[in-house]
Design a protein around this ligand. Sequence first.
Ligand SMILES: [Zn+2]
Length: 150
Amino acid sequence: MVEVIVKELPERPRPGEKVQLPNGEFIRVRHVGIPWLLPPKKVCNDPECPWHGYLSVRGHVFTVTVESVHGRTATVIHEWLHYDPKYKRYEKRRKKIHVKVPSCIEVRPGDIVYIGETRPLAKTIRHVIIGKSEDVTEAKSQVLRLEQSQ
Ligand SMILES: [Zn+2]
């Protein structure tokens, strides 16, 4: 297996920017297709990375909490409200999802992260972490602040 190189940049790169790694390789920072999400500060040469590799994100995008991290995979908890028409109330539902952690994103249990659906990567893994709670644009963080204050 080829060793993955991760380089931390002094400033957050823009999508479309080319960054040179210490081994001379050029990495292009991609768009993952979510306008309010910013690329991570680190750059990697992992082919299975949504920002710097060839992994496409399509379908579901969830905001989840990290429960545990095992190497480059993690278990996250997705909680949502489901409306029950008979009792006219919302009920809490939760599901554990196995996700891939790209080499350029470091997560710890308790972190709030954004995950996107991708192709099946392993028997139970079909989502990838695409950003952390601080990797959002100013407009999106204002929306989140409004939602929290309600
Ligand atoms: Zn990466």
